[in-house]
Design a binder for this molecule. Structure first.
Ligand code: MN
Length: 425
C-alpha cells in the first residue's frame, strides 16, 4: 500500500483585505506535518498555487522552505511533489529545484524544452516509494499550462489569430489533451504493471464548483473547461489544483480537487477545508478519506451567507456574540453586510462603537441599497475598488464605451492577456 496526501492552493503570502494569513498558514503546515507523521504517509502532492503571487514575499518563501526541511527531517522517506499553478511563477518555483531534489522534493514549476523545442518529460515523472523504499507508483506532474506551452495551432487560437472551427473541436482543448496524453504515455513507459499511475495537474475541469471571490480566471478556465476524458481509465488517481472548494470531478471518486487549506475569501466562512488522504493498492480502486483541517482563525460574516441585514439587526447580532479574548493575531476576521435605505454618513462610527469591546478584527463593511420596494432584486451592492478584478474593470469600460456587454470571446482574450502578464515577473 502507498499512502498519498493530496493538497493544493496553499496561496502562501495571501492577504485578506490587507490582513496577513501567515499565522493560519503556519498552523496548517504544522498540523500537516503532524498528520503526515501520524498517518504514516509515503508521499505529499501539492497541486499548484503554492504561492499567492508570482513574486512572493521572503516570509512566504521561508515558510515553504522551512516546511520542506522539517518534512525531510521528520519523515525521511516522504516523497514530495510540487507543481506550479496559475498564481505561481514557473521559473521562480523551478529555480531551487536542484537543492530541493537533494531533499527528496520534486518541483515542476513549468514545462522546460531543449533548443529543438522538445519537452523534457523525464522531469515530470516522479517515482513514489513506500516505507521500504520500493517504487509503488509513478506520478506524472503536469504544471499549469500557459499559452506558450501549447502546440502551435492551439497557441494561434488562444492569441486570437485563428478561430476554432467549431466548439467541440477547440484546438486549445485538443492542445492540452495532446500534452496530457503524451505525459500519460511517458508514465506508462516508466511504470511496470505492479506500479500504479498517478497524475497531478492545475486546471479547470467541466462543471467545477467555483469560489467566485478567490479563484483567478485562467486559460483552460470557464471558457475552456477541460473534459474529464482527459484522464485515461488506467490512472489510479488524479490530484488536481485550482478550484478552492474540495470536490470530485463528475462521478469519479478518483479524480479530485483537494481545495485550499484555509478560507481565501469570506464566501468560504462556513466551508470545511480538507486534505485528501489517498490509499493506493495495485490493481484496486483507490480509497480516499477527507482529512478535515482545523481552522486556527475564524472568519465571521454577519449576517451569515449571502444576505444583508439592516444596521440595527447587525448591531444586535454583534452584541450577542460570545467570543474568547484572544491575542490580536488570532482574533476572528469580521465582515459586516448591511442593507441601507439611504447613504448613512455615520455608519462606520456606529459600527466602531458597537465593536469597540469585541475581540474581533473588522476587515470589511459591505453595503447594499434597497429601493422603497425593498425587493432583493433592487439591491445594489457597493463594491470597493480593491475588490474589482481586472476583468470587471475591462467589462465596465467596454460597457461604457459601446453601451453593451463585452462578448464572451473578448472576455476570454482579456483573461489570457492578464494571465500572460501575471506569468511574467
Ligand atoms: Mn488557487
Amino acid at each position: 500500500m502507498l499512502r498519498i496526501f493530496h493538497t493544493a492552493d496553499w496561496h502562501l503570502g495571501h492577504h485578506l483585505h490587507g490582513v496577513s494569513r501567515q499565522l493560519e498558514h503556519q498552523q496548517f503546515l504544522d498540523w500537516l506535518l503532524d498528520e503526515l507523521h501520524n498517518k504514516q504517509a509515503d508521499a505529499l502532492i501539492v497541486a499548484g498555487d503554492i504561492f499567492d503571487s508570482a513574486n512572493p514575499s521572503s516570509a512566504a518563501q521561508s515558510q515553504l522552505y522551512e516546511f520542506l526541511v522539517k518534512a525531510r527531517t521528520r519523515l525521511p522517506n516522504l516523497d514530495v511533489v510540487l507543481i506550479g499553478g496559475n498564481h505561481d511563477s514557473a521559473s521562480r518555483l523551478d529555480a531551487p529545484s536542484p537543492i530541493l531534489n537533494a531533499l527528496g522534493v520534486t518541483v515542476v514549476g513549468g514545462l522546460s524544452r531543449d533548443a529543438q523545442g522538445n519537452i523534457d518529460w523525464d522531469r515530470l515523472l516522479v517515482p513514489l516509494t513506500n516505507a521500504a523504499g520500493e517504487i509503488k507508483a509513478w506520478c506524472g506532474a503536469m504544471p499549469f499550462l500557459r499559452n506558450a506551452d501549447l502546440p502551435a495551432t492551439a497557441r494561434d487560437v488562444a492569441s486570437g489569430t485563428e478561430r476554432p472551427d467549431e466548439q467541440d473541436n477547440d484546438p486549445l482543448i485538443s492542445g492540452m489533451k495532446a500534452l496530457y496524453a503524451e505525459l500519460f504515455a511517458q508514465l506508462q513507459q516508466k511504470a511496470s504493471n505492479a506500479e500504479s499511475l498517478i497524475l497531478t495537474g492545475h486546471c479547470y475541469m467541466v462543471n467545477g464548483a467555483v469560489s467566485e471571490l478567490s479563484e483567478r480566471k485562467i486559460l483552460g478556465g470557464n471558457q475552456h473547461a477541460l473534459p474529464v476524458e482527459l484522464f485515461p481509465d488506467d490512472i489510479a488517481y488524479v490530484a488536481l489544483g485550482h478550484l478552492h472548494l474540495a470536490q470530485r470531478v463528475g462521478a469519479n471518486e478518483h479524480i479530485r480537487y483537494s481545495g485550499s487549506p484555509i478560507p481565501l475569501s469570506f464566501d468560504e466562512s462556513d466551508y470545511s477545508h480538507q486534505v485528501v488522504q489517498v490509499d493506493v493498492r495495485a490493481g484496486q480502486p483507490v480509497e480516499t478519506v477527507a482529512v478535515k483541517i482545523p481552522r486556527s482563525v475564524q472568519l465571521l460574516r454577519i449576517p451569515n451567507g449571502k444576505d444583508f441585514a439592516v444596521l440595527s439587526d447587525v448591531i444586535g447580532h454583534l452584541e450577542n456574540l460570545i467570543l474568547d479574548d484572544l491575542p490580536i493575531e488570532q482574533r476572528p476576521l469580521l465582515e459586516l453586510r448591511i442593507r441601507l435605505e439611504k447613504p448613512e454618513p455615520g455608519l462606520r462610527q456606529q459600527i466602531e462603537e458597537a465593536i469597540v469591546k469585541l475581540p474581533v478584527r473588522l476587515l470589511k463593511i459591505s453595503t447594499a441599497y434597497s429601493g422603497s420596494e425593498k425587493s432583493l432584486a433592487d439591491l445594489k451592492i457597493e463594491e470597493r475598488l480593491e475588490e474589482l478584478q481586472p476583468l470587471d474593470v475591462f467589462q465596465r469600460c467596454y460597457q461604457n464605451k459601446y453601451d453593451k456587454e463585452a462578448p464572451e470571446a473578448m472576455n476570454a482574450l482579456f483573461n489570457e492577456l492578464v494571465e500572460s502578464l501575471q506569468g511574467t515577473e
